[in-house]
Design a binder for this molecule. Structure first.
Ligand SMILES: Cc1cc2nc3c(=O)[nH]c(=O)nc-3n(C[C@H](O)[C@H](O)[C@H](O)COP(=O)(O)O)c2cc1C
Length: 175
C-alpha cells in the first residue's frame, strides 16, 4: 500500500454518458461505506490521467458500442497494473437483459480481459446500459434493437451496481 489512505481511482470511457453515472454511484458507496478516497477520471483525457503510483485500487469501466470498449479504456489495460487491485465493469444494453447477459459477459468482459493476463483483476461485472433511440443510426437499430427481446432505453439495474460496489469495497479494504 502506498499510504494509509488507500486511494482509489475510477477511470472510465463513455460515448453517451451512462457509464459515468454508474461510476458516481460506486464512488459514493466506496467513500461513504468503506472510507476510501476516490478520484474519478474520464479517459477521454488519457494523457493527463493521474499517476497510478498514488493508487492501490483501480476501477476501469467502459460503455460498449458495436461490441467494443472505448479505445482509451483498452489502452489503459496495457499499463502496469499487476500490483494494483483492479475491478472492471462494462455498461451494455445486452448485459441488461436475461437473454443476452451471458453473451455480453463472455464477449465484452471475459474475452477482452483474457488478452491482458498481467492485469490483477479482483472483480468484474457486466451491467445494463442506457441507450436513446435517437443515438442509434438505422443500421445499429437493426443490429441492436432487433436482438433485444424487449427494447428498453434504460436497463441498468442499480441494485446490482450497488451490490458490486460493496463486493469491491470489501476487497479494496482487505489487507
Ligand atoms: C450506436 C450504438 C451501438 C451500440 N452497440 C451495442 C452493442 O454492440 N452491444 C450492447 O450490448 N450495447 C450496445 N449499445 C448500447 C450501449 O452499450 C449502452 O447504451 C451503454 O450504456 C452505453 O454506455 P455509455 O453511455 O457510457 O457510452 C449501443 C448503443 C449505441 C448508441
Amino acid at each position: 500500500m502506498v499510504n494509509d489512505l488507500n486511494e482509489t481511482l475510477i477511470v472510465y470511457g463513455t460515448r453517451y454518458g451512462a457509464t459515468p453515472e454508474a461510476c458516481a454511484e460506486i464512488q459514493k458507496i466506496l467513500e461513504r461505506e468503506y472510507k476510501l478516497l476516490v478520484e474519478i477520471w474520464n479517459l477521454e483525457n488519457y494523457r493527463a490521467c493521474p499517476d497510478l503510483d498514488e493508487f492501490d485500487n483501480i476501477i476501469l469501466a467502459s460503455g460498449i458500442e458495436h461490441g467494443k470498449w472505448t479505445e482509451n479504456t483498452i489502452k489503459f489495460l496495457t499499463k502496469d497494473l499487476k500490483d494494483k487491485k483492479v475491478a472492471v465493469f462494462i455498461s451494455s444494453s445486452f448485459a441488461g437483459t436475461e437473454e443476452l447477459y451471458e453473451y455480453a459477459f463472455k464477449n465484452y468482459i471475459e474475452d477482452v480481459l483474457s488478452e491482458y493476463p498481467e492485469v490483477n483483476i479482483i472483480a468484474k461485472a457486466a451491467f445494463g446500459g442506457r441507450v436513446s433511440k435517437k443515438d442509434l443510426p438505422n443500421i445499429a437499430r437493426n443490429a441492436i434493437v432487433a436482438r433485444l427481446p424487449e427494447f428498453q432505453e434504460d436497463n441498468r439495474n442499480w441494485e446490482k451496481i450497488t451490490e458490486w460496489a460493496h463486493e469491491v469495497g470489501k476487497i479494496f479494504t482487505s489487507k
